[in-house]
Design a protein around this ligand. Structure first.
Ligand SMILES: [Zn+2]
Length: 480
């Protein structure tokens, strides 16, 4: 009796330790690395921050006087590196703009679009026809004065390469320090790092787009105007923001992203991302410049900071509120990717690839595998569980308990998700595998206790980012 009581207390204590460790480590996985003032990159970071302070001091929407200042300063900064920026004028006619609004809102005709928006437009702007409205929008949003800035660092022995993209316009009421000046200024620094590199292994393109906030206008015209780049760009890396703090999340990829993800991991960029989130994101109607590249068949990855959504498109998206660790991660990520592209061949990057399954497991570690490897581990987990169950039945020891019900559920969810949602199946079969392994062990030995705690912690490492990312990306925005 007394022994049982001791066991209960010990169990409760071990569960508490497991939960604490698992939740802390789980949350740590989605945090940005700490700004390191002793790093050789620290002076680079300081220059990036002072550029953000200067360039994102005021809102700078497309067509404004402020964006002209920002553009002039960006161009001057690039020229001071000894580089020649290519500034491309972009202009939209009212009917082209209409086409984009229809696309974004999913309307099938101008009439339908106008039917949805007529009342609002009449009341707010006293404009009475769709034609007048799109004409007004062209002028009002500066859609006839957009300018993309392109910089190409030329590699001597190849005409293929990688392209980094960030938009330098903001919404009319936000200085846009995070959205997306931190991305733009990180790109300025990696540009500077390789500006005079004569031994690049790949061309490195930097595209600073205008009009992103008005319907991805700059990116759209750029991609349409440069069909020749389609076969030359092996990877597009877009930098966005939907908040101004937290880890830099790799939240979107092109389809069959295994090769792209392998490159990101090999670069040492330490991305934070999960394949299930990317899959869910892909199902939702969301728009960034990256969407335009995806629609034209480019491959690549899309990054954004997503914590601090209360500052998104708000006057508080300013230099002061931009989290320093987050800014540091933008810089570290772009530096790692550019250094990799500068020094390694990207041959084979665009060859037919496979679906990728990836997730964080411990801070700074990303597990990456092909969907096939994931299926094999899933099968092993399920078979082991079934063997265990069969042994129990043969020995007439199978009891209906919390553990057996949970395992049965995990078994079904593993199989179901492997079939219908491969990107997220790991959330079920890894805990199942961990639980099954502990069941084969002798109870209440040190190994058994340790294995149970480790399996609990692993489960939390997998699930805490799921809950956290859903909270930050879906629940929090609804509460604002
Ligand atoms: Zn943005």
């Amino acid at each position: 009796m007394k022994k049982n009581k001791h066991k209960k207390i010990l169990s409760a204590l071990l569960i508490a330790i497991t939960l604490t460790v698992g939740i802390i480590l789980g949350l740590w996985q989605v945090k940005p690395p700490r700004l390191d003032e002793s790093s050789p990159d620290y002076p680079v970071y300081q220059r990036m921050m002072s550029n953000i302070e200067r360039l994102a001091s005021e809102p700078h929407p497309s067509g404004s006087a402020e964006i002209e200042r920002v553009r002039a300063e960006l161009i001057a900064e690039i020229k001071a590196m000894g580089l020649t920026p290519i500034v491309e004028d972009v202009s939209f006619t009212p009917s082209e703009l209409a086409e984009i609004f229809l696309w974004i809102d999913g309307a099938s005709s101008v009439e339908q679009w106008w039917f949805w928006h007529e009342e609002w437009v009449r009341e707010r702007h006293n404009i009475h026809s769709a034609d007048d409205w799109f004409e007004y929008m062209v002028k009002h949003q500066g859609a006839d004065t957009l300018q993309n800035i392109l910089v190409k660092l030329d590699a001597p022995n190849t005409d293929r390469g990688i392209m980094f993209v960030a938009h330098y316009d903001s919404v009319p009421n936000a200085p846009g320090a995070a959205d997306a000046m931190v991305g733009v200024c990180a790109l300025l620094e990696v540009m500077r790092a390789h500006a005079q590199n004569g031994a690049l292994k790949n061309d490195i393109y930097f595209l600073l787009t205008d009009g992103e906030e008005n319907g991805l206008l700059g990116a759209k015209k750029f991609v349409e105007a440069h069909p020749e780049l389609k076969d030359k760009i092996d990877m597009v890396v877009n930098l966005e923001a939907r908040g101004n703090r937290g880890g830099l999340i790799l939240f979107e990829t092109s389809p069959k992203s295994y090769n792209q993800m392998k490159t990101v991991v090999r670069s040492g960029a330490k991305p934070i991302g999960t394949s299930w989130a990317a899959e869910i994101y892909a199902m939702m109607p969301n728009w960034t410049d990256f969407t335009v590249f995806l629609n034209h068949g480019y491959q690549g990855v899309n990054f954004a900071a997503i914590e601090g959504v209360e500052h998104y498109h708000m006057p508080t998206d300013n230099y002061e509120n931009l989290d320093r660790n987050t800014a540091w991660q933008y810089l570290q990520t772009t530096l790692a990717l550019t250094d990799y592209a500068a020094n390694h061949s990207l041959d084979g990057l665009r060859e037919p690839s496979q679906d990728a399954v990836y997730f964080p497991l411990l801070p700074g570690v990303l597990v990456l595998m092909t969907a096939w490897v994931s299926h094999i581990i899933c099968a092993v987990s399920c078979v082991l569980t079934l063997i265990f169950g069969w042994i129990q039945i043969k020995q007439r020891r199978l009891k209906i308990s919390f553990t057996t019900v949970l395992m049965g559920l995990l078994l079904l969810l593993s199989i179901g998700s492997a079939i219908w949602f491969a990107a997220g199946a790991y959330l079920f079969y890894i805990p199942l595998l961990a639980m099954t392994v502990t069941l084969f062990m002798k109870k209440w030995t040190i190994t058994h206790i340790a294995a149970k705690m480790v399996s609990g912690i692993i489960t939390l490492l997998l699930w805490v980012p799921v809950v956290f990312l859903l909270w930050v990306s879906m629940v929090q925005p609804m509460m604002l």
